[in-house]
Design a binder for this molecule. Structure first.
Ligand SMILES: [Zn+2]
Length: 97
């Protein structure tokens, strides 16, 4: 099983789901709906963690953000880490920046 049913964040009440990470096998809370993102490559240190539909952790930007480093990388659908958007994320763990 890779996905869990949509549930609610216990902190902020947002709709989230858990997805199993391919490499670690751990369950990661992500926002329930996938969004379109542009994976970060090369010198691009922007964006934050997203999880592909396959459970692969990637660093990417939401397409609504300006992407100064766009280099012809295709956009993909991915789940945004709920840690990155939860207003109560600090109560889970510290953001790495
Ligand atoms: Zn939350």
């Amino acid at each position: 099983m890779t996905y869990m049913a949509v549930t609610q964040c216990g902190k902020c009440g947002a709709a989230i789901r858990y997805i199993r990470m391919k490499r670690s096998g751990k369950w990661m809370p992500v926002n329930a709906k996938p969004v379109e993102v542009t994976p970060c490559i090369g010198q691009d240190k922007g964006g934050h963690t997203f999880v592909t539909l396959d459970g692969e952790a990637i660093r990417a930007r939401r397409n609504k953000e300006e992407n100064l480093f766009y280099d012809g990388v295709d956009t993909i659908a991915a789940y945004e880490s709920h840690f990155a958007t939860c207003p109560e994320a600090d109560t889970f763990r510290r953001k790495k920046g």
